[in-house]
Design a protein. Structure first.
Length: 150
């Protein structure tokens, strides 16, 4: 504890016994123990207060900075999120405007082709004449070349 060995402690006890006598020795021991316990408790409280005093200002500042950062992030991201959702909505509307006419044209072309195929199946001679006469179709060109070769 204080660098005292067993022989020094025995010597101190003998001196205390001689000075105060055997009747007062238990009271002196209790008061010494109370003093030691009180000293330890006080030193622990002081240590906790010092730690709290050193860390509390930083903790408060960190909480304040953290809150400010969250608010700044919110201020930055909210307008961006709104802009992105607006742009996404506009893109979907534009896509719809662009694809609707194409879809309608494709349906019409498909229906026309279906009619022509049905007509060609029911009346092959009319279909052959139509292909021969059609200058822009590839089938008409091929048919005319084959006819020339013969």
């Amino acid at each position: 504890m204080f660098g005292l060995g067993p022989s020094e402690l025995i010597l101190i006890l003998v001196i205390v016994l001689i000075i105060f006598g055997p009747n007062k020795l238990p009271e002196i021991g209790k008061s010494i123990l109370r003093t030691i316990v009180e000293f330890r408790r006080t030193s622990q409280e002081l240590e906790e207060e010092v730690k709290k005093g050193l860390t509390e200002p930083f903790t408060g500042d960190l909480k304040k900075v953290s809150k400010e950062l969250e608010e700044a992030q919110k201020k930055i991201t909210e307008p961006l999120t709104e802009d992105l959702s607006k742009a996404s909505k506009e893109l979907k509307e534009t896509q719809k405007k662009l694809t609707e006419p194409l879809t309608e044209d494709l349906k019409k072309s498909s229906e026309d082709l279906e009619k022509e195929v049905k007509g060609a199946l029911t009346e092959p001679s009319k279909a052959k004449k139509k292909v021969e006469k059609s200058p822009e179709s590839e089938a008409g060109k091929v048919f005319r070349e084959v006819k020339k070769e013969k």
